[in-house]
Design a protein around this ligand. Structure first.
Ligand code: PHE
Length: 338
């Protein structure tokens, strides 16, 4: 019995099995108890000796049991500790924070400024009808100014918008006739240009449109001056230079005094002292009419800003393609912005 019990004890692997072993050999109804009970039938002269023997066996089995239990518990503990171990000598993991893309940051800043001027933010589709992109903006089918914007056509009537101006037409049509409003429209636009340092077939504009009673060219200039000062600094200078767009009359382009040389001339401003950032003008009466507005009652101004232009200026990025390749070496330089 002792030999069998000790052998089977060595094969016990789990703590539950160990308990079963104890019940089987040392329990009240176990094998050893059986033997002790059998002593009653043994001859009285042999009983003390047999009893002693049985007691010794029980002591040894109990000792073996305790030993086995301790080893198993120790092994279990070591296994658990190994699994929970923390290597306190490991370097801490460096947290890497994301950052808004510089273009996104610039759009956000432009939006914030105009929202502060009472504008609301609108959006429009990038896949646009020829009608809204051209026709409703006073550019009929054969108009030579269509060549100013080399267009990706998807079909004769559908195209990738070449500017955010179609949202002017859409908004005029959506509004109650002659209802005054101010909107800005950030968005992506497309032109059939060969990509180089200053051109991209896809780029970003922010359109602005203000319509109401008695809106004048001086309102346009005042608002753009205020914008430039919020955007680039309190003493930023601007100038309007006459230009041409079919959907504005008169038309102009807005230059800001070069933020690097302050106007004395440098490489960034090609030694002119000024940098162009947007096209603008008074909304053409035909555009108001086609939008359901009465040009005798309402006037308006509009502008369209090149976001990459502004971003390149602000951060001295010399190649527009840097904005689209998502090279972390560039992007990480903007991680402190927002
Ligand atoms: N849509 C013109 C462009 O893309 C910019 C512009 C917008 C000019 C609004 C005047 C008024 O070049």
């Amino acid at each position: 019995l002792e030999k069998r019990a000790l052998e089977s004890l060595q094969t016990v692997e789990a703590l539950e099995a160990l308990d079963a072993w104890r019940v089987m050999y040392l329990g009240k109804k176990g094998e050893l108890a059986n033997v002790l009970r059998g002593l009653a039938q043994v001859d009285a002269s042999l009983r003390p000796q047999m009893g002693q023997l049985a007691n010794d066996v029980r002591d040894r089995l109990e000792r073996a049991f305790t030993e086995r239990r301790d080893t198993m518990q120790e092994a279990e503990r070591q296994k658990r500790e190994a699994a929970e171990a923390i290597d306190v000598t490991l370097d801490a993991r460096v947290k890497r924070y994301g950052a808004p893309h510089p273009l996104q940051y610039v759009i956000q800043k432009i939006e914030d400024i105009f929202v502060g001027f009472g504008f609301t933010v609108e959006e429009g589709p990038e896949v646009e009808l020829d009608y809204y992109n051209f026709e409703a903006l006073n550019l009929p089918k054969d108009h030579p100014a269509r060549d100013m914007q080399d267009t990706f056509y998807l079909s004769p009537d559908v195209l990738l918008r070449t500017h955010t101006s179609p949202v002017q037409a859409r908004t005029l049509l959506r509004m109650e006739n002659n209802q005054p409003f101010r909107i800005i429209v950030p968005g992506r636009v497309y032109r059939r240009d060969d990509d180089d340092a200053t051109h991209s077939h896809a780029f970003t504009q922010v359109e602005g449109l203000v319509v109401g009673v008695g809106i004048r060219m001086s309102d346009l200039k005042g608002m753009l001056l205020s914008f430039a000062r919020e955007m680039f600094g309190a003493d930023q200078d601007v100038r309007l230079r006459p230009s041409y767009f079919p959907f504005t009359e008169p038309s102009a382009e807005l230059d800001v005094r070069c933020i690097y040389c302050g106007g004395s001339g440098c490489g960034t401003c090609k030694h002119t002292g000024w940098i162009e950032i947007l096209g603008c003008g008074m909304v053409h009466p035909r555009v108001l009419e086609m939008g359901g507005y009465d040009p005798q009652v309402c006037t308006g101004f509009a502008f369209g800003m090149g976001v990459e232009r502004v971003a390149m200026l602000m951060y001295q990025v010399e190649d527009v393609r840097h904005f689209y390749v998502n090279d972390l070496r560039l992007l990480q330089q903007f991680s402190g912005l927002a």
